[in-house]
Design a protein. Structure first.
Length: 270
């Protein structure tokens, strides 16, 4: 009798512990997720082992595709080992690189736009160099900037001719003045109304550039619960930007304003 009672108590204890573990992992009390430092999630994104292939959707319709690729640069540093052993070598992070390329086209428009961007970051994840290009039919726009040079070079080539100009970071602190120079006072007023204002253009860290807030959540992919990170920020302090990231740093889903969504190709039901 006593042995049966002990077995019943052990079974009840085992079931209770499993229930508590399940609730801690997937229960409703974790629906909002626990806070995580944004720097931790950003580092996982930059060191992700796989490429993130994303489908671009607008109002639920496929309008394009893009690939997100990250890589880590390594530098060898000499260290002196103990004793009389010869000098050794250790690997250190020399920086990070983000490459994005893809294409999109709205259903109402004809030509398809192709884009690519290459961003270099320092070991502390501050941006060092950015190069981007957009091709739309016979037109091409290209931008290149280096943080150390404090300049931004803009090139355009279309049916109206070629255009090239170099802006200093000081000039870029006043986007209203630049837009007024190129498009007139009305466009500058529209820009100001959207919330663009003056501000220092600095080599900010990746996680602090948009004041990211990160949480560990349980996301549903199809019918299966999956642990992931949810990062959220606001563009111009108004428009929400949400990114779901896997535990190893792969981009799962990106939610942008105007119902523009990027979904990982392997997660059609997410």
């Amino acid at each position: 009798m006593i042995s049966r009672l002990i077995l019943v108590l052990l079974a009840a204890f085992w079931l209770t512990m499993n229930f508590l573990l399940w609730r801690a992992e997937y229960g409703r009390d974790r629906s909002l997720g626990s806070p995580v430092p944004a720097a931790v999630v950003c580092k996982k994104i930059l060191t992700a082992p796989d490429t993130s292939s994303l489908t671009i959707q607008h109002h639920g319709k496929r309008v394009g595709f893009c690939q997100w690729v990250t890589s880590v640069g390594e530098a060898m540093s000499r260290i002196k080992e103990e004793g009389n052993e010869p000098e050794g070598m250790i690997e250190q992070v020399a920086g990070y690189r983000i490459q994005v390329e893809g294409n999109f086209a709205w259903p109402e428009t004809g030509p398809r736009a192709r884009f690519e961007a290459n961003l270099k970051l320092s070991p502390k994840r501050r941006w060092q160099e950015l190069h981007g290009r957009i091709n739309l039919g016979s037109a091409r726009w290209e931008v290149h900037t280096v943080a150390a040079e404090q300049t931004l070079r803009l090139k355009a080539d279309d049916t109206d001719g070629q255009f090239e100009r170099v802006f200093t970071f000081e000039e870029l602190q006043n986007p209203e003045r630049l837009l007024q120079e190129f498009a007139g006072p009305f466009a500058a007023g529209v820009l100001q109304g959207l919330g663009f204002g003056g501000g220092r253009l600095e080599a900010a860290g990746l996680e602090s550039a948009l004041n990211w807030q990160a949480r560990e959540v349980v996301a549903r992919i199809g019918h299966a619960p999956v642990r992931a990170y949810r990062m959220e920020a606001r563009l111009l302090d108004h428009y929400p930007l949400v990114v779901f990231v896997s535990r190893v740093g792969e981009i799962l889903r990106v939610e942008l304003p105007e119902d523009l969504v990027l979904i990982n190709d392997q997660l059609a039901n997410f």
